[in-house]
Ligand binder design. Structure first.
Ligand code: BYC
Length: 316
């Protein structure tokens, strides 16, 4: 019976029919999606912290408004994604518990510090640029609620990327000190950004099955290569140098070759030992604890309204 159901399921995937919450699905498909979508949601929420650090220090009102809007969008992305994950049978409270206890992962990139204003430019340009590369194919992922959430997320990400690139353009056209600040931000964010796509394909345990189920449409290395290929010209336009001496166009492959990623550093960061892991997790746990009274008040208000509505029905 199970085998037959699996065949029907794979057949739907092969025919590009979306899987919906009430459809039969293999337990491993459900678990893989829950893992990926909840990690994605956590990344959006933790991803608000490095940029939130600069909202009060934005150099002018226009920059402040744009950054504030971007960080709010990230909260929204987290909420759509938690909702998509909830359709797979785990509550938001359970997912948050996994984040706060350190059991759940979130993207490595958000464990690096934001030291200068130029980091707001570099994050928008590189981190959101990498996110777009990874997430546009997720608009066609096989699970309906995830695919639909990603359509809106991607529209907003493209505004974020331009917001960052425009900061970089302004800085690189500015004084020598501003240009140096932009180069320094690129130096610090380049390698973490290309690591964000995840381990190389030969070291990515989840990829083969996720590609078969069309959760992923491209491998980690394919997406990383596409990102490097489009970003080199953008760096040239800014007059900045990507910090990789092995970066060079390979005529035969029709792609840029690039240097070796420091995977030791990546796995250390993923394991919780990056420069800001403890700080990021503490900020989320504190926000959860300090917000307890808001959740309690909202629940009490909802109960009161429901009781009132029930009384009105009985009286009628
Ligand atoms: N950081 O077999 P693999 C954003 C883990 S939000 C930490 O290739 P998979 C943004 C991976 O989870 C950015 N861990 O896994 C927000 C797995 O461990 P587990 C987040 C990573 O799932 C605000 C192990 O390594 N984007 O863009 O097939 C502002 C082996 O990897 C990372 C998403 O979440 C990492 N970078 O592929 C700006 C997109 N990479 O779980 C921007 C959706 C790998 O088995 N997610 N690991 O213990 C995905 O596309 C995939 O989950 C990944 C990994 C490509 C990330």
């Amino acid at each position: 019976m199970e085998i037959k159901l699996e065949e029907i399921f794979q057949d739907k995937i092969d025919q590009e029919i979306k899987i919906e919450p009430r459809d039969w699905m293999p337990e491993k498909y459900r678990k893989t999606l829950l893992r990926q979508i909840s990690q994605h949601a956590h990344s959006e929420i933790v991803g608000m912290l490095p940029e939130g650090n600069w909202i009060t220090r934005a150099p002018n009102l226009r920059r402040k408004v744009a950054l504030l809007a971007k960080v709010q969008d990230e909260a929204g992305h987290g909420l759509y994604l938690y909702s998509a994950a909830e359709t797979l049978g785990m509550s938001r409270d359970e997912m948050l518990e996994e984040l706060h206890s350190g059991k759940a992962k979130y993207s490595s990139i958000f464990n690096y510090p934001t030291l200068t204003w130029a980091d707001m430019g570099a994050i928008g340009w590189l981190v959101d640029g990498a996110a777009i590369m990874n997430q546009v194919p997720l608009c066609r992922t096989s699970y309906g609620p995830y695919a639909r959430a990603m359509v809106r997320v991607c529209k907003e990400e493209s505004f974020h990327q331009r917001q960052g690139y425009e900061i970089m353009l302004t800085l690189t056209k500015g004084s020598e000190a501003q240009k140096a600040m932009a180069q320094d931000a690129l130096n610090r964010w380049w390698w973490p950004s290309i690591s964000m796509f995840g381990p190389n394909d030969d070291n990515s345990p989840n990829s083969a099955q996720s590609m078969k189920w069309k959760i992923k449409r491209f491998s980690n290395d394919e997406l990383r290569q596409k990102f490097v290929d489009v970003t080199v010209a953008q760096a040239e336009l800014l007059g900045l140098t990507i910090p990789d001496k092995d970066l060079k166009w390979n005529e035969e492959r029709g792609h840029y070759d690039f240097g070796a990623i420091n995977w030791d550093e990546f796995f250390q960061v993923v394991a919780g030992n990056g420069p800001c892991n403890k700080q990021r997790l503490k900020a989320r746990v504190d926000a959860w604890e300090n917000g307890a009274w808001v959740r309690e008040a909202a629940t009490a208000y909802a109960e009161k309204r429901e009781a009132k509505a029930n009384n009105q029905i009985e009286a009628a």
